[in-house]
Design a protein around this ligand. Sequence first.
Ligand code: 3PY
Ligand code: MG
Length: 248
Amino acid sequence: MTDADLPADAVRTGVWATLGDARTTLALERAGFDWVGVDAQHGHFDDAALRGLFALRHEAAAPVLVRVAANDPTAIGRALDAGADGVIIPLVQDAEQAEAAVAAAHYPPRGARSWGPLPGSRDTTGGAASMPRPRCAVMVETARAVAAVEDIAATPDLDMVFVGPFDLSLALGRDVDDLLADTAADAPLPVIVRACRAAGVLPGAFAGSPERAAALRAQGFSWIAVTTDSGVLHLGSAAARAGLTPPT
Ligand code: 3PY
Ligand code: MG
């Protein structure tokens, strides 16, 4: 089944890779998550780590989207050249910046991505048309972006609006859990979900914990990064230890 066969609000449980380690990330991809976010903004994935990750990925089990360091055509092109199925662009503020992100992810005529022969690829002749369509998500995580979210979501060829609740709560001067629980019609998260539905793009978000993932799900988000690679280690360690811990 492809994502295109799923209803737009079907929950897609993701994991966020921060450690910069290719084998851990690929193990998570195969562990049953619906998608993997690879963090090149705050995580330990530099260019070499991204190339090492995709060089080791011989079979795709789930879409792997790279959160690039900035809304920069070079960073976006290099992540896609390395083999990412899509990109997540942080701190997009308005429709103009969203359009720049989408344009950087797509070859002409839609966009302005540059083609170059990829290391190890047999295609040295410029076959951009045969490359898979990349997914493009833009992050809404500032007050200015929330104010512009209807226009951002309406960007042609955008696939997802992805909320960074931690930056958004910092920007709004609010407690993150208070923000996640706020279901007032004019509260930021309901406004964002409605804008996504109106534009036909996926509403996604970073959660960081199963509890926060449940709060985001209740708000109507469908692509949710439930935890990180190190979060999986902590959760798994607690579950493993629990077997030998006497009940209190
Ligand atoms: C945020 O919550 O701001 C994020 O970007 C999560 O990675
Ligand atoms: Mg952020």
